[in-house]
Design a protein around this ligand. Structure first.
Ligand SMILES: Nc1ncnc2c1ncn2[C@@H]1O[C@H](COP(=O)(O)OP(=O)(O)OP(=O)(O)O)[C@@H](O)[C@H]1O
Ligand SMILES: [Mg+2]
Length: 357
């Protein structure tokens, strides 16, 4: 009976007008209970100085999301592409505000009918008060009536379908564009956690440095990301995949095409992957022994885009001696989990799901 009352109070909290938002370093996603994922775009905004509509010296938004990402590294001089987030937190407030406002307008959740929604926004567990306030303010400026923040680990665990409310601990490792967050979740909250400012962006950079060192060719960010997604592997060995990549030769400054292998990528990523493994080890070292026992039993779940790196699960499993599985649809776990939290999957007021800075 008590449980039924509790359940109905959760249902009462569930509003059709709630919007969950994951403002990530690489991608921004918006989710509503009715329509699911209504926006999934790269976190990039492109400004035009003194554009057709703007007065001389004035800056206008020329493109956001995929359209803006296509311009990264290619934009003409009057255009400037900006990634407003760095390591999961806002680095350029004005750009983040413009981008978020555009995204919310593009998503235009159908059932809002012009009403201001309640936002539940994912934030890195390690975000400072100032960084949390910036995210909150950007959400208000994008039209939120109220803003709840949820730690990314808890959101990712919920979205991955882990039994977060259980007393048995689960571990989630979220590898995003700019951060890796490790969380041990039990009883609806984060029991212990760790994070490192290493994610897919640092993987791309490591590939650029490696190709430059090995072949004397400078490739761009997008080429590096393409290599990582297409033939990337966390481990050397068969099957070896190959892909041609074109960049600028260090010798003569002219275009040069080289063949990169999955083993090259494994070598390039060895260092950043060691850092990722290091933070998971640290969390094991600081977690209470009972929770460590639980995780040895239940394994580790990988979320975030980095989870899709080839053979990463095998690499982590070999290094840590614990079973590792990749969540379904790892890129959208955090936003779906934030949506579930907004719908009452964890009780508001938990330390990691609160409305205060
Ligand atoms: N198939 C793939 N293999 C390897 N990496 C991938 C793959 N698909 C996406 N990624 C990487 O995942 C990263 C984006 O992941 P995600 O969208 O979870 O990050 P984010 O939430 O925006 O970042 P953060 O949580 O750090 O703020 C990018 O670096 C992208 O290159
Ligand atoms: Mg993320």
């Amino acid at each position: 009976m008590a449980q039924a009352a509790r359940h109905s109070s959760f249902l009462h909290k569930l509003s059709r007008h709630d919007v969950a938002l994951d403002l990530g370093t690489a991608n921004t996603l918006i989710y509503t209970a009715d329509e699911g994922i209504v926006l999934d775009q790269p976190s990039v905004v492109c400004f035009e100085r003194g554009g057709a509509l703007g007065k001389a010296g004035e800056t206008t938004v020329a493109a956001v999301g995929r359209d803006a990402k296509a311009l990264v590294g290619r934009a003409p001089q009057n255009l400037e592409t900006v990634k407003p987030l760095l390591h999961g937190v806002i680095a350029d407030f004005s750009a983040a505000e413009h981008m978020m406002r555009r995204f919310v307008a593009m998503a235009q959740p159908r059932r809002l009918f012009g009403r201001r929604p309640a936002f539940t926004v994912c934030v890195p567990g390690a975000a400072t008060r100032v960084e949390r306030r910036a995210i909150r303010e950007a959400a208000f400026s994008a039209g939120a009536a109220s803003v709840n923040l949820i730690g990314e680990s808890l959101a990712a665990a919920l979205g991955a379908g882990l039994p977060v409310g259980s007393s048995t601990g689960s571990m989630v490792v979220d590898i995003g564009g700019g951060t890796t967050e490790v969380g041990v979740i039990a009883l609806g909250a984060v029991a212990c956690s760790g994070s490192i400012r290493v994610g897919g962006d640092q993987f791309d950079r490591a590939i650029i440095d490696y190709v430059r060192g090995l072949y004397g060719v400078i490739i761009g960010d997008q080429t590096a990301e393409h290599l990582k997604k297409t033939i990337g592997s966390a481990l050397r060995g068969e099957p070896i995949e190959r892909l041609r990549a074109t960049g600028r030769s260090l010798d003569d400054g002219l275009p040069r095409t080289v063949e990169v292998t999955s083993e090259d990528i494994a070598d390039a990523l060895a260092m950043p992957l060691r850092q990722v493994i290091g933070v998971v080890r640290q969390v094991f070292e600081t977690a209470p022994p009972e929770l460590v026992t639980d995780i040895a039993d239940t394994g580790i779940v990988l979320t975030g885009g980095g989870a899709l790196l080839g053979r990463l699960d095998q690499c982590l499993q070999a290094e840590l001696g614990v079973r590792v599985r990749i969540a379904d649809e790892p890129l959208s776990c955090a936003v779906r989990g934030a949506g579930a939290a907004a719908a009452g999957a964890v009780e508001a007021g938990q330390p990691d799901f609160h409305g205060h800075d």
